[in-house]
Design a protein around this ligand. Structure first.
Ligand code: BTN
Length: 257
């Protein structure tokens, strides 16, 4: 079935996520579209899906490639409490991992903080943009049919179709993703903790890694994550550092040898 606002929303069975669905063939970024929608008064749970993005962005404002018809590029409007906000990106990663596994049978791991990894390569990512007025936009990008070798930005990445050797229905995957988000957000709102499920998927723990942080490079053994998802590194000199944001650029070794 073709992707449309109706085919995405029909009989979705969710309580909050997908109450409103906007489908656009091309946007600059679904993050911008969702922000405009929120400013115009859209309710929590409103979804913006685009077939293509001309200025899709990732963490640290890197370009996120979204060619027509090959990806999932979706943003969802949330109005979380201050306590729920730090869990939103973990919720996005968890929902995406669960949806991909349910629809494709592939196993999904997470690279800290929230890269979606299949067979050691990045297949998707999560971005949260929030403001002081309590608005948070959760953006999720998944390479579904994209050929990673066609773009410099994705040369080291992968796609679901590439890993599976067959096509994957974007509509089926998107609907499942919205259902998983709805379930996890309701869990979060009723005081549930997603941290254990998220941390169980983190393949970064137990590895000696190099991390590019906004203030410099850190190296050490990733020993744990704290209650906000920050990564605890034990440096070679025995000191500890807590990283709130960063990009794991290299795995130097694993503690398993
Ligand atoms: C990352 O891994 O750096 C995060 C990537 C997030 C990409 C998604 S695609 C939908 C939404 N719109 C954007 O411009 N970015 C996010």
């Amino acid at each position: 079935m073709a992707l449309s606002a109706d085919s995405i929303a029909k009989d979705l069975g969710t309580t909050l996520v997908g109450r409103q669905v906007v489908y656009k063939p091309v946007v600059t970024s679904t993050m911008d579209e969702a922000r405009c929608l929120a400013v115009d008064g859209a309710a929590e749970g409103a979804v913006v899906f685009a077939d293509a993005q001309t200025a899709g962005r990732g963490r640290f404002r890197r370009r996120w490639v979204t060619p027509p018809g090959e990806s999932i590029a979706v943003s969802i409007i949330f109005r979380p409490s201050g306590e729920q906000l730090p869990s939103l990106s973990q919720m996005g990663a968890l929902a995406a991992a669960q949806a991909i596994e349910a629809v494709t049978g592939l196993s999904v791991a997470l690279k800290w903080p929230n890269d979606l990894m299949v067979n050691g390569r990045k297949v998707g990512g999560v971005l949260v943009e929030s403001d002081e007025g309590g608005l948070a936009i959760l953006g999720i990008g998944i390479n579904v049919a994209l050929d990673p070798e066609s773009y410099a930005e994705t040369a080291a990445a992968t796609s679901l179709a590439l890993e599976l050797g067959r096509e994957v229905s974007r509509l089926g995957l998107l609907r499942r993703l919205l259902q998983e988000l709805d379930r996890l957000y309701s869990e979060l709102r009723s005081g549930g903790d997603l941290r254990t499920a998220w941390a169980d998927r983190l393949r970064t723990l137990g590895q000696t890694i190099r991390v590019q942080t906004p203030t410099g490079v850190e190296e050490g053994l990733a020993t744990a994550v704290d209650s906000h998802g920050a990564l605890i590194l034990r440096r070679r000199d025995g000191s500890q550092v807590k990283l709130l944001a960063g990009e794991v650029t290299m795995q130097l070794s694993t503690s398993e040898g």
